[in-house]
Ligand binder design. Structure first.
Ligand SMILES: [Zn+2]
Length: 266
């Protein structure tokens, strides 16, 4: 009798394994989002609260500001990924919003490349870069090519913040072989309440049903504390759709073309 059981178990074993392998293969990977938080570097609202969130955030830091270096070290210590948030000239907007070390549209390719290299060298732990403002620079071939050449030489990925639908970043990254992605969702703007940020988290969770990779951008600054609260409150939406939060580098591993849509122009 024991032998019979033994042989039955042995015969069933392959069946069990084939079932197990099929079900593992059939399960699709969970949707993934990256939460990039821009405008770090200064003494602005929400910095500490954001860094204290127990989530793998991607912290985008402006160079040459009073706390840029310190915040990069702290962000890495707390397990976040660090990006350079490189200021670039916009079509409209105040020059004072740009901050130090900005890339200007009139720069030659070499000047833009050197300025970008200086900014990269000023921060530790940098894995990628995205643009702060920049609607003018991203459509100016010379200047943006210089920025991207520096990114490539330093093996950084690039996130197009999506400030101009005519941005040259996607096509240049494709041709230069630079890992890149384009921002899909803004979590906030300068007037957002926590409830509105929470709503954007819901929107982001819903869009993972049709797009398994989502890049969202939020900000520290005037409304930074509201953004922190909104992210915390909106985590349940990500949980309910089984969405995983990953550093931006994880979503830029392949260079698949995307159709940028719903840009904010400024
Ligand atoms: Zn910014």
């Amino acid at each position: 009798m024991t032998h019979v059981k033994y042989w039955m178990a042995l015969c069933l074993l392959p069946l069990f394994f084939s079932y197990y392998v099929t079900s593992v293969n059939a399960a699709s990977p969970p949707p993934q989002v990256s939460l990039i938080i821009d405008d770090f570097g200064g003494k602005v609202k929400g910095v500490e609260e954001m860094l204290d969130l127990d989530l793998p955030l991607t912290i985008a830091i402006m160079p040459f500001m009073e706390d840029s270096h310190k915040q990069a070290v702290l962000a890495a210590e707390k397990g976040h990924e660090v990006m350079l948030h490189l200021p670039m000239e916009p079509l409209k907007g105040k020059a004072s919003w740009l901050g130090p070390g900005a890339i200007r549209a009139e720069m030659t390719k070499e000047e833009a490349k050197q300025a970008t290299q200086k900014a990269i060298d000023s921060l530790p732990h940098v894995k990628g870069l995205n643009n702060h403002m920049g609607s003018k620079v991203v459509e100016t071939s010379e200047a943006i090519s210089g920025v991207l050449e520096a990114a490539k030489e330093n093996q950084l990925y690039v996130i197009d913040s999506g400030t101009n639908p005519r941005s040259l970043i996607p096509e240049l990254c494709e041709s230069m072989g630079i890992p890149y992605e384009v921002r899909d969702v803004f979590l906030d703007d300068t007037l957002s309440s926590a409830a509105e940020v929470r709503q954007q988290m819901k929107h982001m969770a819903q869009r993972t049903e049709s797009d398994a990779k989502t890049i969202a951008i939020g900000h520290v600054g005037i409304k930074g504390e509201e953004t922190v609260t909104g992210i915390k409150e909106g985590l349940s939406f990500l949980k309910s759709t089984g969405t995983e939060i990953v550093p931006a580098s994880r979503l830029t591993l392949s260079n698949l073309s995307r159709n940028p849509f719903s840009f904010w122009e400024y």
